[in-house]
Design a protein around this ligand. Structure first.
Ligand code: ATP
Length: 228
């Protein structure tokens, strides 16, 4: 069974009285173990698709099956729990909490889980070590480089041991070399832990690291390439 099966997704936003068709009948299957990219020009629907796959937004039409289960049937609270336990998010602007240290940022999603303080600390420290930042646990975000901040965000996305991490342009605010290093880390975590990564990008070099690329134009999938 695939991890995610998105069927005939459409999303219409209302902008005043104008309908904006952000996604048009998109079908997408994400298999377990995948490392895939969503490419496409600005406004093509990449963020909308990631947000729907991540159960942050609801489609206007169509459905998302996660491990065979239709997420539309979950209540608000069930959905929040479901996201907490199954999905990690990484954002282009890192979205770390400035007053918290790296380890406190990573620990943050675990506060909603039934874990002891000690278990939370241990898991957060392990997640930081898995991204090579074990020694910088007590630095605050403004004491870290952009690449290090994004690594903290990756650790935070992974700490709940999700099945999938969705990353919306994770390299957009990093210089080219740092962006590639962050992608290499994600690829390595995908191989080691089996966590699925789906990331959006404009950058052809970043795209070329994915094992499957789908291209969106005007809310439709126009091309799909798989690295053999
Ligand atoms: N909340 C909203 N209200 C109205 N229109 C929206 C809203 N969010 C997105 N859109 C529109 O939907 C379309 C798809 O937007 P989306 O953010 O998914 O594209 P994108 O490919 O991620 O773009 P970018 O690469 O610039 O981030 C765009 O035309 C955008 O203007």
């Amino acid at each position: 069974m695939p991890l995610i099966e998105a069927r005939s997704l459409s999303k219409i936003y209302m902008l005043g009285k104008t309908e904006v068709h952000a996604l048009n009948a998109v079908n997408l299957t994400v298999e377990k173990g995948e490392f895939m990219a969503i490419a496409g020009p600005s406004g093509s629907g990449k963020t909308t698709l990631l947000n729907i796959l991540g159960c942050i937004e609801k489609p206007t039409e169509g459905s998302v099956l996660f491990d065979g289960k239709n997420v539309a049937q979950l209540s608000g609270n069930q959905l929040a729990d479901f996201r907490l336990n199954h999905i990690g998010f990484i954002f282009q602007t890192f979205n770390l909490i400035p007053v918290l240290t790296a380890i406190e940022n990573v620990e943050f999603p675990l506060l909603k889980m039934p874990l002891s303080k000690r278990e939370r600390r241990t898991r957060a420290q392990e997640a930081l070590e898995s991204v090579g930042l074990g020694g910088l646990a007590h630095r605050k975000p403004d004491e870290l480089s952009g690449g290090q901040r994004q690594r903290v965000a990756i650790a935070r996305a992974l700490v709940g041991r999700p099945n999938i991490v969705l990353a919306d342009e994770p390299t957009a605010n990093l210089d080219h070399a740092t962006g590639l290093a962050v992608l290499e880390l994600m690829s390595d975590l995908n191989s080691r832990l089996g966590t699925v990564f789906v990331f959006s990008t404009h950058d052809p070099k970043v795209m070329s690291m994915a094992r499957r690329v789908i291209s969106l134009v005007d809310g439709k999938i126009v091309e799909e390439t798989t690295v053999p």
